[in-house]
Write a protein that binds this ligand. Structure first.
Ligand SMILES: *[C@@H]1O[C@H](CO)[C@@H](O)[C@H](O)[C@H]1NC(C)=O
Length: 280
C-alpha cells in the first residue's frame, strides 16, 4: 500500500514536470533572421521577429518599451519601463507591430490585466530590472500564425563571448528622434561578464552575474532608449535562437564608443518567471 502511494505520487510529479517542460518548449527557436542584412543596424523585415511586442501608453498610443511574447498570454519586459505608472489599465501591448506610425495588417492589440515587477527591482541601481505582463486574452496562434513566442535561454546557457546575437527594437537611431518608425535589428557580439564589468567600472550602475552585455566596444552602434525591455537573442551551437537578455541600460549617448549595453540575464530569472506565470 505504501509502495502504491509513493508510486502514484511519483507519476503525478513526473506529469507535472513534463507539463511545465512542454509549456516552456512551445516557443519558436528557429526564426528566419536574415543575417546577411543585419550588420550596422537595419530595418527588420515584417515579422522577422514574430515575438516582438511594443509596450505603449494606452490613451496616447505611444511606444515606451520593447517586450517579448514568451507564452500565449504573457509578455516579458524591463521593470524600469513602468516608472510612469504600474497600473495595468494605463498600458497596452501591440503584437505584430512593424511600423509604429503606419497600420500593419499583422498588428494585434491587447489590454494589460497584470503588471508584475520583480520584488527586488531597485530603481536606484537598476538591479533585477525585469517584469511580466499578462494580456487580457490568450493569443490565438491558429488564426495568428505570424505571431510566435520566443524561447528563453535555459540554465545550461553559459554567458561567454563569441555567441552571435541580435538586438531588436524601435529605439532612436538618430539624434533628435525618440523612436524609429520601422523595427530595427542590430548584430552584436555577446561579451563576457569581465569585459562588461570592466567597461562600466566606476561609471555605471553595478554589473552583476545576473546581467549579460552586448556590444562592439569599438563601434558606435548599439541599443538606445526606446529599445528598453526588448530582447537580445543569441544563436546556440545547435542553431537554435534563444532570448538571453532583456534590454536594461546603457549610456545616454547612444553613439559613444566603448560602451556595452547591459541586459537582465533571462536564465537567472527563469524560476521567477515560471512561478509567476503559474500562480497568476
Ligand atoms: C482585449 O483587448 C483588446 C484590445 O483593446 C480588445 O479588442 C479585446 O476585445 C479584449 N479582449 C477581451 C477578452 O476583453
Amino acid at each position: 500500500m505504501r509502495f502504491h502511494l509513493i508510486g502514484a505520487f511519483c507519476v503525478f510529479a513526473i506529469f507535472q514536470l513534463a507539463y511545465s517542460e512542454k509549456k516552456l518548449r512551445q516557443c519558436n527557436s528557429q526564426p528566419y533572421i536574415d543575417l546577411n542584412r543585419i550588420y550596422g543596424g537595419s530595418n527588420a523585415r515584417p515579422m522577422e521577429f514574430p515575438h516582438m511586442a511594443s509596450l505603449k501608453i494606452r490613451y496616447l498610443n505611444s511606444h515606451i518599451c520593447g517586450a517579448t511574447l514568451i507564452d500565449d498570454q504573457w509578455v516579458l519586459t524591463a521593470a524600469h519601463c513602468f516608472s510612469r505608472t504600474r497600473a495595468p489599465y494605463n498600458w497596452k501591448i501591440k503584437l505584430g507591430e512593424h511600423s509604429l506610425n503606419n497600420p500593419d495588417s499583422t498588428e494585434r492589440d491587447f489590454n494589460v490585466i497584470k503588471v508584475i515587477i520583480h520584488e527586488d527591482y531597485n530603481s536606484q541601481n537598476q538591479l533585477n530590472d525585469i517584469a511580466l505582463i499578462k494580456l487580457n486574452q490568450s493569443v490565438d496562434f491558429k488564426t495568428n500564425n505570424h505571431l510566435k513566442p520566443i524561447c528563453l535561454a535555459d540554465m545550461k546557457f553559459i554567458v561567454r563571448s563569441g555567441y552571435h546575437c541580435v538586438v531588436s527594437g524601435w529605439g532612436k537611431g538618430e539624434k533628435g528622434s525618440v523612436v524609429t518608425d520601422v523595427l530595427q535589428k542590430l548584430d552584436q557580439p555577446l561579451l563576457n561578464y569581465e569585459q562588461c564589468a570592466k567597461a562600466w567600472e566606476g561609471i555605471g550602475w553595478p554589473v552583476t552575474n545576473k546581467h549579460v552585455c552586448v556590444g562592439d566596444l569599438k563601434s558606435q552602434q548599439g541599443v538606445c532608449s526606446g529599445d528598453s525591455g526588448g530582447p537580445v537573442q543569441c544563436r546556440l551551437a545547435n542553431g537554435e535562437w534563444m532570448q538571453v537578455g532583456v534590454t536594461s541600460w546603457t549610456t545616454n549617448i547612444c553613439t559613444a564608443t566603448g560602451y556595452a549595453a547591459v541586459f537582465t540575464q533571462v536564465n537567472a530569472y527563469l524560476d521567477w518567471i515560471n512561478k509567476n506565470i503559474e500562480s497568476n
